[in-house]
Design a protein around this ligand. Structure first.
Ligand code: DON
Length: 321
């Protein structure tokens, strides 16, 4: 990093200016108090609604953050992007997409329907992510599968601690009729690989949604995706570039639920949100950004996450077109 700085070859040469913009945006967006914590998973309603942070990491390792960026939050649906990459690494896209589509569903993330091929619409919504959970290392015992995925998360975050929110996991499991219903619908449609144990897979899916990271670490994870699968802090390759490109394409078209079209139109870069309040953005070949604030809009996206992204994109033209 120092060498690149000395040679004037940093990917964002005016990073201090960028940091100042982030700080300005943080102060403006902090005043936004709209939205409410997710409550359909009871434990998420208990999270302090005022928490707010923005963190960024470039593909050459420059970092900045502001607000509650060391606070752990529950990744929820942000896990879907990482789980998809893991499944694609293991099986390749042909096999993975025999079990899950690539089209936006145009409906809420837990809507009860399948595509015309009787498959989940895409891996970024609940049905698709439950399917992906069934594809991840099906021969490993359940406790090993969990550890295996958690190791990926930690490597993407340069070895950071990745935690688990047991209370969130238990409260989701207790109230997950909708996901059980989606699972049974897919079982009925014979969409899963043979021998899938649905109860185990749903449990695994809830576990993956209950992982916790900090915003600083999530920004590094996003930067690893921006960097084609190589963690910028350790230079370790974690995913193949192709795998990441497939994931980013799906994040671009499906990552923000039924707001994905508007997002692609107005913000124009791949992103993924989760009902824990995280939105992470990937600016390919430049940086990863994590915005965390638990209050959500009616679609389940963080209100401040969307506001901050819009302001940021107004100042820095990251829109791809
Ligand atoms: O399955 C659920 O409803 C949550 N564990 C995750 C939902 C979420 O973050 C929004 N979804 N795609």
């Amino acid at each position: 990093l120092i060498e690149k700085a000395l040679l004037g070859k940093l990917i964002v040469p005016d990073f201090s200016e960028f940091t100042e913009s982030i700080e300005k945006i943080y102060e403006i967006v902090k005043e936004v108090k709209d939205g409410e914590n997710a409550s359909y998973i009871p434990q998420l309603a208990e999270v302090d609604s005022n928490l707010f942070s923005i963190a960024a990491c470039t593909v050459d390792g420059q970092q900045c953050d502001i607000g509650d960026s060391d606070t752990y939050f529950c990744v929820q649906s942000c896990s879907k992007a990482i789980s998809y990459c893991i499944a694609v690494e293991e099986h390749g896209i042909d096999y993975v997409h025999k079990h899950v589509g690539k089209e936006p569903s145009g409906a809420s993330f837990n809507k009860n329907f399948l595509n015309p091929d009787n498959l989940p619409h895409n891996p970024m919504i609940n049905s698709g992510a439950i399917m992906i959970a069934a594809l991840i290392s099906p021969d490993l015992e359940m406790y090993k599968r969990y550890e295996y995925v958690k190791r990926y998360w930690s490597s993407l975050a340069a070895g950071a601690r990745v935690g688990f929110q047991n209370a969130t996991y238990l409260s989701e499991k207790d109230t997950a009729s909708r996901n059980f219903c989606l699972g049974h619908m897919m079982m009925d449609a014979k969409a899963f690989p043979e021998d899938t144990d649905l109860d185990n897979i749903l449990d695994f899916y809830f576990q993956l949604c209950s992982l916790e990271v900090t915003s600083k670490d999530m920004a590094i994870i996003a930067a690893s995706l921006a960097n084609g699968g190589v963690c910028p802090m350790t230079n370790q390759r974690i995913f193949k570039e192709d795998t990441v490109n497939h994931c980013l394409s799906l994040m671009h078209s499906c990552g923000m639920y039924d707001y994905s079209g508007e997002w692609a139109y107005s913000v124009g870069i791949p992103a993924k949100s989760g009902v824990g309040g995280c939105v992470f953005l990937v600016v390919p070949k430049v940086m990863g950004i994590c915005i965390f604030s638990p209050r959500l809009d009616s679609r389940g996206n963080s209100v401040r996450g969307i506001e901050a992204s819009k302001l940021l994109l107004k100042e820095y033209t990251m829109h791809r077109y």
